[in-house]
Design a protein. Structure first.
Length: 231
């Protein structure tokens, strides 16, 4: 299993820039997540609970980003369990969520989050980039009067470079879907364009981009300050 003491820092620290983020977690690449989960599945037998708090929290964060997040999370996830996939017709093992108030375990494929339809990924990237200054300003404002408590752990965060502003309620993916629904749009209907000087995509319709920024600003109560995760 991966060492939980190695650090992965963002661009503002001047070191490694994460290329994959989910909830309050960031990684250099998606392959690191796959290798982590693969090691856990190899280590645990079917029927065993996932007791590593980092892995459990990461799985829950990924469940929030799942295309069917509401079904995967239900009334809340009590714990994660490794299960045989024989009932699905496979010889492998996988993760399943034990939801509050529900006896049967819920099937969860982390690959549905790591490898979503390409169009969804590109639109999500564009929406995130369009609102980047808003989320950064939210973090700056939060630290204007001093240290901030992590919304997940309650630990004090002394400096903003040690923190991230993330969508916890609703998660970022759900917020994106809500905005597109309010516009009567599907992911396939959103026009994208490469940024002329920076990396990644942006929304081709600048009026849509401005409406998205307004929508994002109106949902700042869903943002939270969390301690940047170490791995």
């Amino acid at each position: 299993m991966m060492d939980s003491n190695s650090s992965n820092r963002g661009a503002e620290t001047g070191t490694v820039v994460a290329t994959y983020e989910v909830g309050e977690f960031s990684f250099n690449k998606k392959g690191e997540v796959r290798e982590l989960f693969k090691s856990v599945l190899e280590e645990l037998d079917a029927g065993e609970k996932v007791t590593d708090s980092f892995v459990s929290a990461l799985l829950t964060a990924m469940a929030r980003e799942h295309p069917a997040a509401a079904d995967k999370i239900g009334e809340g996830i009590e714990c994660w369990v490794v299960a045989s996939n024989k009932d699905l017709g496979y010889t492998s093992k996988g993760f399943r969520a034990k939801q509050r108030g529900r006896e049967e375990l819920v099937v969860f494929s982390y690959n549905d989050v790591l490898s979503p339809p390409k169009r969804l990924t590109l639109v999500a990237e564009a929406l995130t980039q369009e609102a980047l200054e808003i989320t950064r300003q939210f973090r700056t404002d939060a630290f204007a009067t001093g240290p901030v408590q992590c919304a997940l752990t309650g630990k004090e965060i002394p400096e903003k470079t040690m923190a991230d502003a993330v969508h916890l309620n609703p998660p970022r993916a759900q917020l994106h879907r809500a905005f597109l629904a309010s516009e009567g749009l599907t992911y396939d209907a959103v026009g994208l364009t490469k940024h002329p000087t920076q990396s990644g995509y942006r929304l081709a319709d600048r009026d849509l981009a401005n409406r998205w920024k307004k929508f994002q600003t109106e949902h700042l109560d869903g943002l939270a300050i969390v301690l940047r995760r170490e791995r």
